[in-house]
Write a protein that binds this ligand. Sequence first.
Ligand code: PMP
Length: 429
Amino acid sequence: MKTDRSHALFTRASELLPGGVNSPVRAFKSVGGEPFFVQRAGGPYLHDVDGNRYIDYVGSWGPMIAGHAHPKVLAAVERTMRDGLSFGVPNALEVTMAEAITSIVPSCEMVRMVNSGTEATLSAIRVARGATGRNRIVKFEGCYHGHGDSFLVKAGSGALTLGLPNSPGVPSALADLTLTIPYNDFDAATELFEKAGSDIAGLIIEPIVGNANCILPRDGYLQHLRDLCTKHGALLIFDEVMTGFRVALGGAQQRYGITPDLSTFGKIIGGGMPVGAYGGRRDLMSQVAPAGPIYQAGTLSGNPVAMAAGLATLELIREPGFHDALERSTHALCDGLESAARDAGVTFHTVRAPGMFGLYFREGPIETFEDAKGSDSARFNRFFHAMLERGVYLAPSAFEAGFVSSAHGEAEIAATVEAARAAFAEVAT
Ligand code: PMP
């Protein structure tokens, strides 16, 4: 596969950008080699600057649930941008977006738009602390909630991939306020709340973990956390930056029937533009400035073009049957991969939720972060490159979930499974 142009760009980039990239996992550090540079994207495909085409299972890390460059999303952006790119004054699209989010996610009685998932989670814990008058927060080992100081404690995603779960630059005075427990461990949560419950402002969780590969909640686990938070007066925060609008229209909270106090979103609601949001109970969100004293602001928040892209995407995914089809495609892909691995004699397991999946080079079931870490990442790295060679782009890390979009049709899934047959055979020994 020709990669001369990407190589030349990466050489230039490496002089000027840390690691040659603007976000760590893009650099292929853990899988080895160099990233390709994208020229354009359409539907399920990325096209690189050397003319190679890849079936894309990263989808810009989640936003492109309707496929790349969807004509309806592009049309909304084009229409909106003609009226100006940013006003710093309220715009009707912000109201439409707030109506869309609150009607799709009933636990969100009010929302505030921000510009990234990181901003959303930072703001949500500020509300939790401000509203409860407590300082401690609880997170889970291997979960990632953006790069805010309080979250870079036993963090997932790139921090995990690169072996930097506790970042330098985070004052210990702040990190010490973040308590971590293992995901899916009922007793650890109970014990922590029994010990420290009256100091805990909130517990933040990826209801389905997508930043330590992919792990589903055990039966009753999310309800257990809901009950503990209620009992101890702490707020339950669902970080649905990844799962929101994906695993069900109303996110993981709809899929599992749990009502969090606060939720955070990103990715899909921006349709590919930089967007995040946090929302929740009216009595909590009413404490955010200028309605209340908890300060949070943003020059570009509620940007009209970003709202237009997000609203067009929400319109697409509100079509009846959208998530059922996404779930069927995810199963078809994962079943196909498992059968290809079996035929090649490779120990392999998948974890699935509608539109997202985890690939494991080990036996299942996968229920804990320890289980996830037990995957053979050296073999994953070889598989990643064997797939890339054959025109399939998986997340360049053994610790990231993959994403399926509505643009991945039967043909792309069949081509992916075909590529996987050869790739599994290559990594079998
Ligand atoms: N929370 C979760 C669950 C995420 O997956 C991510 C990003 N992958 C974030 C927060 C941070 O979002 P952003 O990268 O937009 O800041």
